[in-house]
Write a protein that binds this ligand. Structure first.
Ligand SMILES: CC(C)(COP(=O)(O)OP(=O)(O)OC[C@H]1O[C@@H](n2cnc3c(N)ncnc32)[C@H](O)[C@@H]1OP(=O)(O)O)[C@@H](O)C(=O)NCCC(=O)NCCS
Length: 180
């Protein structure tokens, strides 16, 4: 997959030479930021997973976010796991940009590209995202991409030695979306 505009970010499938980027996400706490670092994970799993399916399945995926020079600046993920509704109706998305590429509008645009991709290429009716109650950059990015803030789940996550609230965002296929 390669989608995007010539002067902005694009989404493309992960390649073998992107494995060092994935390794950085697994080993550098700053790479995922204060709201997403889950602790150390097995870096060897990245290559195994890439060789198995390139991080793409019929109901989930992870692709690189690249800048105009095709440098990998981050990644986006999606999955539809049913959870009581038919698979393919609701997709959950996520994003992480490397610290040196944040705050320049790339996160908003990359999530807009992913939303367009899901509504264009899957039968999704709803795209949803959750974020930490203190992650104001992601909350604002989701709102700029057209998401509605639907609720606050108290004390739902644990990171950095304490419990955190989680904000739920949703976007329906029929909802108005800003131009990406
Ligand atoms: C969250 C993230 C994807 C946002 O992408 P980004 O490219 O940094 O954000 P953008 O430049 O698109 O900015 C989006 C909005 O948030 C605002 N913003 C950016 N950083 C902010 C901060 N630290 N505090 C408050 N607002 C902030 C911007 O000003 C902009 O709003 P505006 O246009 O009204 O001024 C990115 O910072 C990131 O990957 N962070 C680490 C991983 C993470 O937290 N992922 C989200 C998991 S749910």
């Amino acid at each position: 997959m390669g989608c995007g505009v010539s002067d902005g970010p694009a989404l493309r499938a992960l390649r073998e030479d992107d494995l060092p980027f994935l390794e950085r996400l697994s080993t550098d706490p700053d790479a995922l930021g204060p709201f997403e670092w889950p602790g150390f994970t097995d870096v060897r799993r990245n290559r195994r997973r890439w060789e198995e399916d390139g991080y793409i399945t019929p109901t989930s995926g992870m692709v690189a976010v690249t800048d105009a020079e095709d440098t990998v600046v981050g990644m986006v993920v999606w999955k539809s796991e049913g959870r009581g509704v038919p698979t393919g109706v609701t997709y959950e998305i996520g994003i992480a940009l490397l610290p040196e590429h944040r705050g320049r509008g790339l996160g908003t645009k990359a999530q807009q590209l992913l939303i367009d991709y899901l509504f264009d290429h899957t039968t999704a009716n709803r795209v949803e995202a959750t974020t930490n109650g203190e992650n104001y950059a992601e909350q604002r990015a989701l709102e700029k991409a057209g998401f509605t803030r639907e609720g606050l789940m108290r004390g739902r996550s644990f990171i950095g030695g304490r419990y955190h609230d989680t904000i739920m965002y949703g976007l329906l296929r029929a909802d108005a979306r800003p131009e990406s």
